[in-house]
Design a protein around this ligand. Structure first.
Ligand code: MG
Length: 342
């Protein structure tokens, strides 16, 4: 066996001697021999693969402890572990990006600035749900309070519990604008703690957190949040659904989304996969907010008209009645909240 000096080995591995000394100190790659007198390190050419592998893993950004572990694994197992680690790293980065966006919005006071008149704003609210005429279970859930509004549409086994657990966990944490992300994590943990029967329970969650004139939005799935302002109804959540993906990709005309057979299929939900969208809005006196599950929006046309002219409770009753008139093929949950000067 012909050993190489550290210089020759470094050239062959396209690494610096300094990097090799570091790998030795970190226990990632020990030299084949060390001269007892001079301390010079010698390497076996058979160690080249390991040196290149370690260097590559360092460039990927794997932590040293992970590299030590992975370098010992057979190729396919190491590959699997690296793929899993990258997915984790990407999810973490995405979560950090959303938090950063949120913070930037918050710091730049996006939207109307808070003024003294806004400091005296409050919410008037009502919530309601109905099982509908067709479904044998009721898996929708709604909550409305002076600082929190939420709807959830459960699915899978114990879908009813999933929706209730998500809303309860989110609301009992009393999240504020800066802790929406924690609220969503608590809701997700509550859903994942439920028993599963082969299939795991899952749920949508669309929640608003109210703070002065600011509203934080946490949203995952295909329940929706709308704003009625100055007589105009606009939606400010995206559907995390298969058909919406098709529409976004230009593979399905938007007009056909509602009648597509896969319309209820979700691509993101608590307990299943995907992250919640977190955003921040500014409320104005006179704003009316509607949160609802697909049992309302996919069934009842003319929401703007139904939302006009009555107080929150009467409006919720009217919306549930409209869904019933339309055959109520799905469970329904809705929340109506008005921003009012107190
Ligand atoms: Mg539904």
């Amino acid at each position: 066996m012909e050993l190489l000096t550290i210089g020759a080995f470094a050239r062959a591995a396209r690494l610096s001697p300094k990097a090799l000394r570091l790998y030795d100190e970190l226990g990632l790659l020990r030299p084949a021999a060390v001269d007892a007198d001079t301390g010079y390190r010698y390497y076996d050419p058979a160690q080249l693969d390991r040196a290149r592998l370690v260097a590559w893993m360092r460039r990927v950004g794997l932590p040293l402890a992970r590299i030590r572990e992975l370098a010992e694994l057979p190729g396919p197992e190491a590959a699997e572990a690296i793929t899993a680690w990258m997915a984790e790293a990407e999810a973490e980065l995405a979560a950090r990006g959303r938090l950063a966006d949120f913070l930037v919005d918050y710091l730049t006071g996006k939207g109307a600035p808070m003024s003294d008149t806004h400091a005296t704003l409050g919410l008037r609210f009502a919530a309601g749900t109905a099982q509908g005429r067709v479904r044998e279970t009721h898996q929708d859930h709604a909550y409305a309070g002076s600082t929190l509004l939420a709807v959830a549409d459960g699915g899978g086994p114990h879908g009813d519990q999933a929706a209730a657990a998500a809303v309860d966990a989110f609301c009992s944490l009393q999240p504020e604008l800066a802790s929406l992300e924690q609220g969503v994590r608590a809701a997700e943990a509550a859903v994942r703690a439920l028993p599963s029967e082969g299939d795991a329970p899952f749920t949508t969650l669309t929640a608003l957190v109210w703070s002065g004139s600011r509203i934080g939005v946490a949203h995952i799935g295909d329940s929706r949040a709308y704003l009625l302002r100055g007589g105009e109804l606009s939606r400010f959540t995206d559907d995390h659904s298969y058909v919406q993906q098709l529409v976004d990709a230009g593979e399905l005309p938007a007009a056909e989304a509602l009648t597509h057979p896969e319309r209820p299929l979700l691509v993101r939900a608590l307990g299943a996969s995907g992250e919640a969208d977190i955003s921040l809005r500014t409320a104005l006196p006179g704003d009316r907010y509607l949160l609802c599950t697909d049992g309302l929006w996919a069934v009842v046309p003319g929401l703007a008209e139904l939302l006009t002219g009555t107080d929150p409770q009467a409006t919720v009753d009217r919306l549930l009645a409209a869904a019933d008139d339309a055959g109520a093929p799905d469970n329904i949950a809705c929340v109506v909240a008005d921003v009012v000067a107190v």
